[in-house]
Design a protein around this ligand. Structure first.
Ligand code: G3I
Length: 352
């Protein structure tokens, strides 16, 4: 297997090393990953991150429960650490996220009611997006607002935000984000939008309706994030639904970011070579398809190395073996997935 030199990147130094960062740059794209505060303390990891990523996003550190731990208390330490790192390494920074039904702090659940929830949302967004104004490439303003299983005709998730504020909470959030940071690309972010299955097709239709409603309500939305948590066991696909969907999103003049890409190998046999090959094949196939669309401007994986993937803490394999869902292994060595991503990034058709 080819090896990738992992060395620190001097500020301003021209990078022509086959890194994912450099390969993406040559194709007019951004490539990067989610990062945790813990990983930022590890200098071997940060060297890899500096070399490979032109855009980073905090995995948990800008979510409500971390950044807003008390009703009148904000904790920007971990988010600021990533912002400082990104600036020092000339990387863009995504913000994730301003409004979600998960990872809300305990105080919120005790204090929030139908009378104050909208104001709590506005204040949070004003404080957090205001704190980072000018430093953020794009904000995930609202995350995962659609859940078809909840059975509503508009597809909206029966979340605490819907319950306390009503369907208008999305427009409220986008308007507050725009007021706090006029430069960040304001993004709606969701999952299960990729596969050719009735479930994903229904979700795509609901997201399209949501985007159209936001636009017609004058909500300042500029981008869609497709999370892209893929499953290796899904095998090859024509991606017909995804192509149609991306054409429609492009016609709405929205940018698209692949925000949380990883390939879950939970259902593959244990053999590492076979698993890595199938994971890489899906990375390559998916990215070759998605990157045909000019509206796609950035690709981020949800973590850079298998050592720190959320998939290893949350959904273990039945045989107990560690999962291998990301481009680098636990020793920070490039895997076949790295080369598949590199090839797909390099083959992105150039802008005419
Ligand atoms: O840091 C605490 C630790 O102090 C405590 O002892 C431990 C006990 O459970 O929890 C630790 O926090 C956990 C945190 O991850 C850090 O590992 C939280 O419990 C856990 O809930 C949290 O999970 C995160 C998950 O979102 C929560 O919904 C994952 O790291 C994170 O990768 C994941 O990211 C989401 C995106 O935000 C949105 N899209 C889906 C994606 C994957 O689920």
């Amino acid at each position: 297997m080819k090896t990738v030199a992992i060395a620190g990147t001097a500020r301003g130094q021209a990078i022509e090393d086959g890194s994912l960062r450099e390969t993406a740059t040559r194709s007019g794209l951004l490539f990067g990953s989610a990062v945790s505060y813990r990983e930022l303390q590890d200098s071997t990891f940060t060297s890899l991150l500096a070399r490979q990523a032109s855009i980073v996003v905090p995995e948990n550190e800008m979510k409500w429960e971390r950044i807003h731990p008390g009703p009148n208390r904000y904790d920007f330490k971990a988010g600021d650490a990533l912002a400082t790192f990104a600036e020092a390494h000339e990387q863009k920074l995504r913000g994730h996220n301003l409004c979600w039904h998960r990872q809300l702090p305990p105080w919120f659940k005790q204090l929030a009611n139908a009378g104050n929830a909208q104001e709590l949302l506005r204040t949070h967004i004003s404080e957090v997006a205001g704190h980072y104004a000018g430093k953020i490439h794009s904000w995930d303003v609202v995350n995962e607002a659609i859940n078809i299983e909840d059975g509503r005709p508009d597809g909206l998730r029966k979340s605490i935000w819907l319950e306390l504020v009503g369907p208008d909470y999305l427009a409220v959030a986008f308007k507050a984000a725009s007021a706090a940071d006029g430069k960040a690309v304001l993004t709606y972010n969701d999952y299960d939008l990729e596969q050719d299955s009735p479930k994903h097709e229904a979700k795509r239709a609901a997201v399209l309706k949501l985007l159209a409603t936001l636009q017609s309500n004058g909500a300042p939305i500029q981008a869609l994030g497709i999370q892209s948590h893929l499953k290796a066991s899904q095998g090859r696909s024509e991606w017909t639904g995804l192509h149609r969907f991306l054409n429609k999103v492009e016609a709405m003049k929205l940018q698209v970011f692949v925000t949380e890409l990883d390939v879950n190998d939970a259902d593959l046999p244990g053999n590492i070579e076979e698993r890595d090959r199938d994971v890489a094949a899906l990375y390559g196939d998916f990215l070759h398809q998605v990157l045909q669309h000019r509206c796609v401007k950035a690709v981020l994986t949800w973590g850079l190395t298998d050592r720190d993937s959320w998939l290893n803490s949350f959904k273990p394999r039945a045989d107990g073996l560690p999962k291998r869902p990301l481009p680098f292994d636990s020793n920070m060595q490039a895997k076949p997935a790295f080369y598949a991503i590199q090839e797909a990034l390099s083959q992105r058709p150039r802008t005419p």
